[in-house]
Design a protein around this ligand. Structure first.
Ligand SMILES: [Zn+2]
Length: 121
């Protein structure tokens, strides 16, 4: 599946809406506030608010203009974990799960009896 990028017109509209400032939200002592960074050429990205990989549409309401640090932070803290979680859930639905590394788990060749004795399965 290839990424569905925003059209030029959507980027133009998003840029106008941003009004020259990053649309990211950053942590402040009194909560989340809008990032104060001014948009300068080459220092911002058009980002899918809901990632493309999670079904986010390439439409204006899903397009945010982010400065590079905001984009990086969002990708690392929100998008990557959200996509990984979705993959795990999808895998589980089709019967794929990560083998447990713990001795005594169903994936181990050993099992521990109630008596505490460890035996081969
Ligand atoms: Zn920013």
């Amino acid at each position: 599946m290839s990424r569905r990028e925003f059209s030029k017109q959507i980027k133009r509209d998003a840029f106008l809406r941003a009004n020259g400032r990053c649309e990211g939200m950053i942590d402040a002592p009194h909560g989340r506030v809008r990032c104060p960074v001014k948009l300068t050429i080459g220092k911002y990205h058009y980002d899918h608010d809901i990632p493309d990989g999670l079904g986010g549409e390439p439409i204006l309401s899903n397009c945010v203009v982010l400065c590079v640090p905001c984009h990086k932070e969002k990708t690392v803290k929100r998008d990557v974990p959200a996509i990984a979680k979705t993959k795990r859930i999808q895998d589980r639905e089709i019967g794929i799960r990560k083998p447990s590394r713990f001795a005594g788990s169903r994936d181990s060749k050993f099992k521990k009896k109630i008596s505490g004795e460890i035996v081969l399965r």
